[in-house]
Write a protein that binds this ligand. Structure first.
Ligand code: NDP
Length: 446
């Protein structure tokens, strides 16, 4: 490791103990930025890297609620307001039992760069709770969301901090959160994105992250004169991002053969077509069942406790969670002929897996670039809310495609080496950094 990166990381680790995911995300960025900053001393003098790794504000609060049996339950609530140099804090809420400060700080940190890459005026934030929506009734989820928002509403607002969904927070949860915010603050505003269409939501928002990851993969393939047509894809997860990744893949002539959840993976070599996908959406979004049922329904293989990475594929779309591709998985993917990784999830590849991808010179699109479509359309939802004018489907989709193309171009501009290989990690980190850093310089030491 570059000794300057090592020195910087020693300081970050000492100041943020017991936060391995946060250290991991910062280190990946520092490896790109430390050499860049050395060539641009204005950032060094203003200690931008030290400041950008320190959240502007961290909120931690108690979320008490009553379950269907009448018992009191207590969860932790968080909001990390990471950076507001280029716009109000913006980033999702995650409800999952693994949620802790380290995970939310890594997500908020990534969000700063991602939001900057979209070119829209959005700062970075992230929040959530260790609440597990799995197995809870709609009423329990509603009571939890109401309690969570009762505290959160003091800290957010359409010009301050605009949360959205993430793992465990979809349309249902955004609805309950919005309803409670409106009731307490007595205002109908664009304080959350991912809203229902009838009450301020944007067309294409549910689709945006998955569609964007597919558009990004297509852009990467174009640099090698290739396309997704006829490509076999391994997709992990079976939630929002995975579902719309598969929908767009089908539209672009690709074939997805896997889906997973935290219990296991299904492998369907015939491909997951529109009809099977509609069934998955019903299973996951309405019945809230397990992916294992797909194998019974369509007569294919179910691999209990396994991830999809052993399956032969041309393209991989990790769309479940962080660190879901380890070194061995990465080696298997590359050895099986996988040529493209487009990360729908945030930080799904461990650092040594990323090293395998970069060393193999395959097309590797890191999450902060490849999955930026979701927050980009959230930004478009905010614009529509401010104008009080909804755009049509085609208009939003065209804007999404243009944004993904521009993000890709930024990565190429900042990440192309002397041998012509595009290091998208470096490109995304530097491309996302410059705008935020310049805004921080302009705004003084704040
Ligand atoms: P969902 O809650 O809709 O789906 C998550 C999926 O991932 C589920 O299939 C879930 O399985 C699986 N999963 C979650 N945690 C784990 C785990 N620890 N191990 C194995 N599988 C797991 O979330 P999204 O689709 O919205 O989010 C997926 C990823 O995409 C996350 O990394 C998120 O941060 C990222 N992302 C999402 C955006 C969005 O717009 N929604 C935007 C940008 C990034 P199970 O049901 O068993 O938990």
């Amino acid at each position: 490791m570059d000794p300057n990166v090592e020195k910087f990381m020693a300081r970050v680790k000492a100041r943020n103990p017991f936060e391995p995911e946060f250290h991991q995300a910062v280190q990946e960025v520092a490896e790109s930025l430390v050499p860049f900053i050395r060539e641009h001393p204005k950032y060094e003098h203003a200690r931008i890297l030290e400041r950008i790794t320190e959240p502007e504000r961290v909120l931690l609060f108690r979320v008490p609620w009553i379950n269907d049996k009448g018992d009191v339950e207590i969860n932790k609530g968080y909001r990390i307001e990471m950076n507001s140099a280029i716009g109000p804090y913006k980033g999702g809420l995650r409800f999952h039992p693994t949620v802790n400060l380290s995970i939310l700080k890594f997500l908020a940190f990534e969000q700063v760069f991602k939001n900057s890459l979209t070119t829209l005026p959005m700062g970075g934030g992230k929040g959530g709770s260790d609440f597990d929506p799995k197995g809870k009734s709609d009423n329990e989820v509603m009571r939890f969301c109401q309690s969570f928002m009762t505290e959160l509403c003091r800290h957010i607002g359409p010009n301050t901090d605009i949360p959205a969904g993430d793992i465990g927070v979809g349309g249902r949860e955004i609805g309950y959160l919005f309803g409670q915010y409106k009731r307490i603050r007595n205002e109908f505003s664009g304080v959350l994105t991912g809203k229902g269409l009838e009450w301020g939501g944007s067309l294409i928002r549910p689709e945006a992250t998955g569609y964007g990851a597919v558009y990004f993969a297509e852009e990467m393939l174009h640099t090698r004169g290739d396309s997704l047509k006829g490509k076999v894809a391994a997709v992990s997860g079976s939630g929002n991002v995975a579902q719309y990744t598969i929908q767009k893949l089908i539209q672009m002539g690709g074939k997805a053969v896997t889906l997973s959840d935290s219990n296991g993976t299904i492998y369907d070599p015939d491909g997951i077509d529109e009809e099977k996908l509609a069934w998955v959406m019903q299973l996951k979004n309405i019945r809230r069942g397990r992916i294992r049922e797909y194998a019974d329904q369509f007569g294919c293989q179910y691999l209990e406790g396994k991830r999809p990475w052993d399956m032969k594929c041309d393209v991989a779309f990790p769309s479940a969670t962080e660190n879901e591709i380890g070194k061995k998985d990465a080696e298997t993917l590359v050895n099986n002929g996988c040529k493209v990784i487009s990360e729908g999830a945030n930080m799904p590849s461990t650092p040594d897996a990323v090293e395998v991808f970069l060393r193999s010179k395959i097309l590797y699109g890191p999450g902060k670039a490849a999955n930026a479509g979701g927050v980009a359309v959230s930004g478009l939802e905010m614009t529509q809310n401010n104008m009080r004018l909804p755009w049509g489907r085609e208009e939003v989709d065209n804007r999404l495609q243009t944004i993904m193309k521009n993000i890709h171009q930024t990565c190429v501009n900042f990440g192309t080496g002397t041998d012509g290989f595009v290091n998208y990690v470096k490109g995304a980190n530097i491309g996302g950094f410059v705008k935020v850093a310049d805004a921080m310089l302009a705004q003084g030491v704040v």
